[in-house]
Every structure is written in structure tokens, then in C-alpha cells.
Design a protein around this ligand. Structure first.
Ligand code: PLP
Length: 404
């Protein structure tokens, strides 16, 4: 247990963990059940193209979310592209700048300009009050992102979408199993998209799911994810290959069967982190509304450098030296990524809250791959680092001097 700054690995001490602790280490359900299913798939000789496991996976999601239609896809990014095409979006689409880059890429990939809107500093979600000034005659939609699984201000977004006749979509990659105003996420806007990538708390190796209550749209999406085929020899739409394979669906189904365990573990981890990190000035864990369903898949701290006297990046470096591989999600913000710095993206100068959050947020390891002992150690190291303030900066400075 580290009690002194000079025991930190960054100052020559031994890393606290001999093995690396990653953010987004996969949760794995019953290996036995999965292997049996893979065996069945091989025996059945039906490996992909809407097989029994994909159908079962889709039904399981639809019933868990309480949504009419679920279409499984090979990943969420392709799912977003298909949803964007199916909704016939063109021109410009307003999205938050504080999100994973895939939200913006999905638009660019189909020739649409993402217009970045700032986020609310408290919720980290797109700020509806800043949307209207970004709407032009080319705007066709808003895509909200339920960041960290916390629902967007859906009502305000619906109101704007209705008044300006825009489509409303949600990147719900973080929000599977979460609710907003007591209603399951997956039922909002025209369409929502979940991710089942291995880094998400519930996974199908790679995978995604498009959900909607609009039957006409659902049919179109089903065709589009299968090359646009509406029947044998009949193509009605430009399509792509967005299908999920049977092995992925088997993994997805197996994950879904353990979803309660994953969420319980995440919730316990979150509450332990809350305790371990309590009363550290300038270090705040984001909160989740107890009245809502939540998957607790992200443990996010905000570090206020004006109080800790040491910035997020140094704390991040200190943790990495201890083999705690925290992530600076979503630094530096989509609007700063080379291929997305367009004329419109230059509005980035106005994205004050995005810039501030991108410099303060740190995602900590959680999930079934981490235990109480690890969390306790991580908490102590963060406490040591964050309260070491100027002394750490001075020690690092001395290290640099020695090295040069
Ligand atoms: C993970 C993620 C995606 C992409 O999901 P894939 O299934 O990996 O394509 C999109 N948006 C957000 C916000 C994500 O976190």
C-alpha cells in the first residue's frame, strides 16, 4: 500500500499492480453455455444470415427494452450509418462534440456534415439550449448521445425536432439497460442504436442493435443491413453488409443472461469508488440518478486542477505507471480530430464545456475483471496523487532536470 509520494512508480517505486488493469476489459458470462452454443452453430451449419441466435438475441433485446423492433448489426458504427441512411438524412446533422468519434464518423462516412454542439457541464450531454442557433436550412436531424448511460434531455430535444421538422436519433452505445424518466432507453426519437462491442459491459465480441417503434422504418433497416434485399432476387434499397454472425449473437445472448450480475458488480464497484474517493478536494465522481435504471458501466471522475494543483494528465500518468490504465474519454473532443476539423467544426472555439470536460475527465477501470482490493488501491493512489499537489509537480520537475 502506497503511503508516500516517493513510493509511486512514476518516482521509481514498484508498480502497484504487476498486470495492467484496463478500462473496458470484457465481461464474460458463462463460458460453458457459450461453447455449447458455438458447437450447436457448427453442427447446424448455419453461420450467419438471420440465423436462430441472431433472432433470439434480437427478441431478448426487444423484450428487455420494451421496444417493438430490434435489428442486430455487426457493430454500432455500421448500425448508426444504416439508421442515418434509413432516416434519409442529408446535409448537416447536429451532434454533441463530447462523444466517441464514431458518432461523427458515421455521418461523415455517408457524406453528412456533423455540426458540433456544446454539452451541459453537469450532465455531459448535448445542451438543448445551444442547438437552435446551429440549425440551418441544411439541417436534417439531431443525434443525441446518452453519455455514460445517463439519458439526454429527451423532452427538450423532441420539442426542437418537432418545431424544426428534424429527425431525432440517439447513439445509445452507453445506455443499454438504462432508463430515462422511468422509460427504457431505446424507445426515444425515431431510432436508437446500442453497442455490444467487447469494451461495453454487455458484449457480442463485436456487435450493435438498432431499435425503433416505427414498423416501416424497421423493415427498411432490415433490408438495408442485408444489401437492400427485400426478397430473393429483389433489391429495394441501397444496402450494406451490416449483419451480425451467429457466433456473435451466441456471445451476445450469453452476455444478456448475465446482465444482472454485470450490473450488480458495476454498481458495487461504483459505490466502493464513491467511498474510496470521498472527501478528496477537486476529485468528483459523476453521479447516477437512483430513480432510474442504470448499467453503471462507466466510473468517471472529474478532476478540478484549480483545487488539486495537479492536472488530470499527470494523475493519468501516475496511474499508468502503476499499471492502472485509465482513459481520458473523450479527449480532445471530436471537433479537434484531424479529419473533423472543418469550417463548421471551427465552431469548436465556442465549445467551452466540451473543452473543459475533455481536460478534466478520467474513466477508471471497473467491471467483473476488477475486485474490491484493486479499487481500494486505486482510490489510495488517486488520493495520494491528488493531495500531493505542488509537491508532485516539483518532484516531476526534479525528475526532468535529473534526466536532462
Ligand atoms: C462504443 C461506441 C460507439 C461505437 O460502437 P461500435 O460497436 O464499436 O461500433 C459509438 N458511439 C459511442 C458513444 C460509443 O461509446
Amino acid at each position: 500500500m502506497k503511503k508516500h509520494l516517493n513510493e509511486l512508480a512514476i518516482f521509481g517505486g514498484v508498480p502497484t499492480f504487476p498486470e495492467k488493469l484496463h478500462v473496458g476489459r470484457p465481461n464474460i458470462g458463462s463460458k460453458q453455455v457459450l461453447l455449447q452454443r458455438i458447437n450447436d452453430i457448427l453442427d447446424s451449419k448455419w453461420l450467419t444470415n438471420n440465423g436462430q441466435f441472431v433472432q433470439a438475441f434480437e427478441q431478448h433485446i426487444a423484450s428487455l427494452v420494451g421496444v417493438k423492433h430490434c435489428i442486430a448489426t455487426c457493430n454500432a458504427t455500421t448500425g448508426l450509418e444504416i439508421a442515418i441512411r434509413a432516416c434519409e438524412l442529408t446535409g448537416e446533422v447536429i451532434i454533441p462534440s463530447f462523444t466517441f468519434v464514431a458518432t461523427a464518423h458515421a455521418l461523415k462516412w455517408v457524406g453528412i456534415e456533423p455540426v458540433f454542439c456544446d454539452v451541459d457541464p453537469d450532465t455531459h450531454n448535448i445542451d438543448p439550449r445551444k442547438i437552435e442557433s446551429l440549425i440551418t436550412d441544411k439541417t436534417t436531424a439531431i443525434i443525441g448521445v446518452h453519455l455514460w448511460g445517463r439519458g439526454c434531455d429527451v423532452e427538450a430535444l423532441e420539442d426542437i425536432a418537432k418545431r424544426y421538422k428534424l429527425k431525432l436519433l440517439f447513439d445509445a452505445a452507453h445506455a443499454f439497460g438504462c432508463s430515462h424518466q422511468q422509460k427504457m432507453i431505446g424507445n426515444f426519437g425515431d431510432v436508437e442504436v446500442f453497442s455490444f462491442n467487447a469494451t461495453k459491459f454487455c458484449n457480442s465480441f463485436e456487435g450493435g442493435a438498432i431499435v425503433t417503434n416505427n414498423s416501416e422504418l424497421a423493415d427498411k433497416i432490415r433490408y438495408m443491413k442485408n444489401f437492400g434485399f427485400s426478397d430473393y432476387d429483389c433489391v429495394d434499397f441501397i444496402g450494406t453488409n451490416g449483419k451480425m454472425s451467429e457466433v456473435s449473437a451466441a456471445m451476445g445472448l450469453t452476455s444478456l443472461e448475465s446482465i444482472e450480475d454485470f450490473i450488480n458488480t458495476n454498481r458495487e464497484n461504483y459505490h466502493q469508488y464513491l467511498q474510496e474517493l470521498s472527501n478528496i478536494p477537486g476529485v468528483n465522481l459523476i453521479s447516477y440518478d437512483k430513480a432510474e435504471k442504470c448499467n453503471y458501466q462507466y466510473v468517471i471522475v472529474e478532476i478540478d486542477e484549480s483545487i488539486t494543483r495537479i492536472n488530470r494528465d499527470i494523475i493519468h500518468q501516475i496511474l499508468w505507471a502503476e499499471n492502472i490504465l485509465t482513459r481520458r474519454y473523450f479527449y480532445p473532443g471530436c471537433h479537434q480530430m484531424k479529419p473533423l476539423r472543418s469550417r463548421i467544426a471551427d465552431m469548436g472555439l465556442m465549445l467551452t464545456n466540451t473543452r473543459r470536460l475533455a481536460s478534466r475527465v478520467l474513466a477508471l477501470p471497473t467491471g467483473t475483471a476488477i475486485g474490491a482490493k484493486e479499487i481500494s488501491n486505486i482510490g489510495q493512489i488517486i488520493r495520494l496523487a491528488a493531495t500531493g499537489g505542488n509537491t508532485i509537480n516539483e518532484m516531476l520537475y526534479q525528475n526532468v532536470l535529473r534526466a536532462s
